[in-house]
Structures are given as C-alpha cells and as structure tokens.
Design a protein around this ligand. Structure first.
Ligand SMILES: [Cu+2]
Ligand SMILES: [Zn+2]
Length: 156
C-alpha cells in the first residue's frame, strides 16, 4: 500500500497551460498548473474566466473538460485529436477524461488528483473545454459539444 501524504504539501508545479477561447468566446481564458506528488499521479489546478453559461437557458453550468491527444490549438480547435487514451478504453475511462468544470458567474476553479496520468504523459498535449456537460456515457467523447477553449501544456 502506498503511504498517503498530505496533498497540500505538494511539490511546486512543473507544467502549465494557458487556455484561450474560440471565435465565439473571445473573452474566455484560463490557466492550469500540474504538480507531481509523493504518491505518484498529478495534482491539477484549473482556473477559467468568462465561461459562456450566463443567460443561457437550460445550461447546467457544467463544462466538459479533457486532455486531448495533440498539442495543437489552432482555431477552431479541430486539430486536437481524440481524448488521450493510451490503454484503448471506452469513454469516460480514457486517461484524458477529467472532471467537468462548474461555472459560477462564468468563473470556474477546481483542483483534483489524477493517478491515470503522469507528468510525462501530459507534456505537450492539449486541454480542451467544451460548451456543454460531458454525459460520461456517449462514445467516443461524451457529447459535450463545441470546443470553446483550448491550450497546449508546456514546461514552467
Ligand atoms: Cu474534449
Ligand atoms: Zn473520453
């Protein structure tokens, strides 16, 4: 059994991403940072501004978010490839399947611990935010809609 460690004693982040919006969401922007931990895996902290949920009827406030295979965020974010999935599993068991963002007033902040990934796995790949919630069942990618934000993961 791996000894558990106080995750708030986490090491400094070693990777980061700057997320920007697509043409329909020019104000959307955000950052994420990625830290190794003594227990393995990655601690991921995400902050995003100007998500487009305000005033949209029937919007849950959840936004699907994934690690996509390719580190290419050319507008309209159609070069990002599939969810990172080195073990060829179904959605939402892809290593690149993240918890969804929850927006309040268009702002989202989240931290989570992910042992599906390593720092080496994620370097150079892309984080994509989608316009709707991920249903965590539809194949191949959870029906979360338009890619509204994207960023490529780089070393700090
Ligand atoms: Cu995605
Ligand atoms: Zn997936």
């Amino acid at each position: 059994m791996i000894p558990l460690t106080n995750i708030l004693d986490v090491q400094q982040p070693v990777l980061m991403v700057e997320i920007r919006g697509n043409e329909n969401n020019p104000l959307l922007h955000g950052t994420a940072i990625f830290s190794p931990t003594p227990m393995g895996g990655v601690l991921i902290q995400v902050e995003v501004f100007y998500l487009p949920d305000q005033d949209l009827p029937n919007h849950s406030g959840f936004f699907g978010m994934h690690l996509h295979q390719n580190g290419d965020c050319q507008i309209p974010f159609d070069q990002t490839g599939d969810h990172f999935n080195p073990k060829a599993l179904p959605h939402p068991e892809h290593a690149g399947d993240f918890p969804p963002l929850l927006s309040g007033h268009g702002y989202a902040w989240m931290a989570f611990y992910d042992t599906r990934l390593s720092i080496e796995d994620i370097m150079g790949r892309s984080i994509v935010i989608h316009g709707h919630k991920d249903d965590f069942s539809s194949q191949p990618s959870g029906m979360s809609g338009e890619k509204i934000g994207c960023g490529v993961i780089i070393k700090i």
